[in-house]
Structure formats: structure tokens, C-alpha cells
Design a protein around this ligand. Sequence first.
Ligand SMILES: [Zn+2]
Length: 309
Amino acid sequence: MFEICILGTNSAVPAFGRHPTAQMLTHMGTSFLLDCGEGTQLQAARYGQRLRKLEAIFITHLHGDHVLGLVGILTTLSLGGRPLPLTLVGPVGIRAFVEYGLAQTYSTVRYPIEFVELDNPQPGQEVYRGKRMMVSALPLSHRVPTVGYLFTEIPARQRFLFYEAKRLGVPKEKMGLLKLGNPVTLEDGFTVLPEQVLAAPDPPRRYAFCTDTGFLPELAGHIAGVDLLYHESTFLQDQEQRARDTFHSTAADAARIARQAGVGKLLLGHYSARYKELQPFLDEARRVFPHTELALEGQLISIPLNRAE
Ligand SMILES: [Zn+2]
């Protein structure tokens, strides 16, 4: 499973309410929180996203709409009795922000927080490695130090083809030997070789989370061919100058990055409050890159396996 839950898109569009920028990524029983604007934990509860399996939090930058929910969530985890350490990755300043917030509210967090502060990270620099997920930095172009994140699955070793082994008549108790790469001789003298029942691992799935940023052409080279790209689109082209001035992107900018990088699918988000409808974002982006969707609060997006068969 590789699934993203949109907890909020920072949309201030009146019809959609005011939401935090946050997403929960769930991968093989582990979850990661991406940004944590105000209200994130309420949104997580509303959409049935458990915080218990949270392994790490990734913060793109220290603007309030991306971090103001952080202290609340960290204390909630502690009240829930979390024993496991939590990794918190973000630009320099994230540690001071959290420690000050905890200290000044007389809050204690009883589990260890491992801070990974990024100071001018290089594109592709590894910032986190879990059992099945590697995360690298994607420096972005915003008014304050900002970093996007590229999530890349760490492939399992080889896939064991259970049904093929069964078809060949391998008894259950001998399957373990085959899985470990040993040949197995059956009762009738027939030998099953490991290569008959082991297949190459699935190609790793990749997700790029890029917000907030101005149009940054070189980003495309660092996310070439990712399965899914979330790219901010604060404005439409009618406000291109404003996008440039405030280091945000238009829907067309996001689509150009997606097209140049040849991504599987583009997900737009972080819409400005000045727009009353979101459809124009989709229309503008699809003219450049057809495989585009709008990120909407509460939505679940799965990245299917890239199995080559
Ligand atoms: Zn920002």
C-alpha cells in the first residue's frame, strides 16, 4: 500500500473552508506526515488517519500554514503514551520552533524526537531512511528556506511466487528454504530451483511533494518519471506576475514541470483564496498536462504497483 490522504490543501476558498496544508502518506503500515498547518490533527481524526503509526514528519518551510499544528500533534502523541522515537525533518529553525513551543506551553513530550535540520540541502540529498522508504530533499524557490521531499520505496528483496511454488508441488514446509534461495527436492525426485519461484522486486514507487515554490524549471530534472507529483498552484495565469513576486506557482507552471519531468500524474493544491472555484485550475493545467487532478480535502490517492509482468 502506498496511499496519500489529503488532510488539507490550504484552500481558503470560502466554499471549501480554510484548511491546513498537510498530507498523510501511508506505506506498508507506516505513516508519514507532510507539513502540519493549524488543525491538522483534527483533520486527521476527521478522515480516520491514525497518528499511532507515525514514523516521521516532514516540514517544507516555517510559514504558519505549514507548521502551526506541530506542537499540538507532538503533545497529543505523548498524551497517547507513544514510546517510539519520532523523526522530524525540516529547514533550520524547526527545532527551535518546536522546543520553544513546548517549553512556553509547559508541555513535555515523553518520547524522543530526532531532529533532522536541513541547511541548504542539495537536490537528491538523503534526509531520511526507514525500513521501506527513503526520502530525499528537493530544494524549492520560496521567500523563506523551503524544501520539498521525494519519497522513494526501498524495494523488498525478491518476490516469492507462492502460487507458482504450489503449482510445482512444493510442500508448505519447504517453501521457506526456497524463499531463502535454496533448491528443494520433492518426494518424486524433481528439484525446484529458487529462480523458478523468485521474481525481481517491483520497481520502486515514487512520490514528490513540492510546496511552496515559484516556477523552478530545474526541479523537473530531479523528479523525472515519478509516479505522482504534488505541486502547488496558488494562482492561475491571470496572476502570473503576482505568482512571480510572491514565489508561488500558477497551475500552468505546475503542469509545465509535470510535463517536463514526465510524471505519471500531477496533483494540484495550495489554492489562493481569491478564487471562488477550483475548476479553472484543472482546466488551465490540463491544457499543458492532461494527467492532472485537483487535491481536495479528505481525498485518498493510491499509487499502484509498477509491476512489470
Ligand atoms: Zn509559504
